[in-house]
Design a protein around this ligand. Structure first.
Ligand code: GSH
Length: 216
C-alpha cells in the first residue's frame, strides 16, 4: 500500500488512525501542504482533486476521500470492525463522522483559507472568526448528540471504536490547531481523551509524525 499524507492533514490523520487500528503499515509518501506540493504535477497525477489523503493498494485505482478510504480498509480488513453491525448504529456512526468530515472540516482546509485570504482579502481575525464558528457549530452538534444518546458509551457508539471516534479525534486535534477551547464539550473531551489513550490514535497524532513541530 502507498499512503499519501502530511503530518498536519486532519483527513490523513483519520486514515492513519484506521491503518493503525487495522495493523497495516503502508509506504508513506509525504506531500507538503505548506509548500503547495499537492498542486504540483507529481501529486495531481495521483489525485486530480489535489487533496490528501490518497491510498493505493496494489495495482488498483488510487483511492481518495478519508471516509471512503476508511470504509475500504474496513471492508478489506474486517478486524477490528470500524462500523457497528446494527443498521441504526451504523447510520449513527456514519452521521457523526460526516458532521466532522463533510460539514466542518471542509470549511477549514488550506484551499478555503487561501481563498479567503487572497481572493476575498479577509484579514486574519476575520478568517479565524470563520474557522472558530464552524469548528464550534460541529462541536455543539456532536456534544448534544453524544451527551443525550443512550447509545453513547465509552466511545461514540457503545464500547467499541468506530469511524465516529476517528473523526471526533480529528475534530479535537483541529480545534487545538486553531486554539479553540474544548472546555464546553465534556462528552466530546471524555471520548477523545479515551481515544488518545489508545496506541493507534496516539501514534497517528499529527504532532507525532516525521517533520511535525513540537506544537502549533
Ligand atoms: N473531504 C476530504 C478532505 C480532503 C482535504 O481537503 N484534505 C486537505 C488536508 S486535511 C488537503 O489536502 N487540502 C489541500 C488544499 O486545501 O489545498 C477527506 O476527508 O479526505
Amino acid at each position: 500500500m502507498k499512503f499519501y499524507s502530511f503530518w498536519r492533514s486532519l483527513a490523513s490523520y483519520r486514515v492513519r488512525t484506521a491503518l493503525n487500528l487495522k495493523g497495516l503499515k503502508p509506504e508513506v509518501f509525504d506531500v507538503d501542504l505548506m509548500k503547495g506540493k499537492q498542486r504540483e504535477d507529481a501529486f495531481r497525477a495521483v489525485n486530480p482533486q489535489m487533496v490528501l489523503p490518497a491510498l493505493s493498494d496494489g495495482d488498483g485505482p488510487v483511492l481518495f476521500q478519508s471516509l471512503a478510504i476508511i470504509e475500504y480498509l474496513d471492508e478489506t480488513h474486517p478486524q477490528p470492525p470500524l462500523l457497528p453491525r446494527e443498521p441504526r448504529a451504523r447510520a449513527r456512526a456514519r452521521g457523526l463522522a460526516q458532521i466532522v468530515a463533510c460539514d466542518s472540516h471542509p470549511l477549514l482546509v488550506p484551499r478555503v483559507r487561501e481563498y479567503m485570504e487572497y481572493e476575498l482579502k479577509l484579514d486574519e481575525p476575520a478568517r479565524l472568526k470563520w474557522i472558530h464558528h464552524w469548528i464550534g457549530e460541529a462541536l455543539k452538534a456532536l456534544e448534544t448528540n453524544l451527551a443525550t444518546s443512550r447509545e453513547t458509551g465509552r466511545y461514540c457508539i457503545g464500547d467499541g471504536i468506530t469511524i465516529a471516534d476517528i473523526c471526533l479525534a480529528s475534530q479535537a486535534v483541529g480545534a487545538g490547531f486553531f486554539k479553540y477551547d474544548l472546555k464546553p464539550f465534556p462528552t466530546v473531551r471524555r471520548i477523545v481523551d479515551t481515544c488518545f489513550q489508545e496506541d493507534a490514535f496516539a501514534r497517528a497524532h499529527p504532532l507525532k509524525q516525521p517533520g511535525a513541530p513540537a506544537s502549533v
